[in-house]
Design a protein around this ligand. Sequence first.
Ligand code: ZN
Length: 61
Amino acid sequence: MRLFECGTLVPGCKWHARAEDDAEVVRRAVEHLRETHGETVVRENMVDNIKQRIRDDAKAA
Ligand SMILES: [Zn+2]
């Protein structure tokens, strides 16, 4: 499983996404950023920022 923790991008946020592949994690993260953090325009560099912070979730292996 792959894991993205929003707190690595938005300090203090406890939200996280866990999925089988990076594309799904990115999709959920973008949705969360739009809904919770008001990012109505998701730029390419935001997707890059998310991808750079995705890591393997050891606990769910
Ligand atoms: Zn967040």
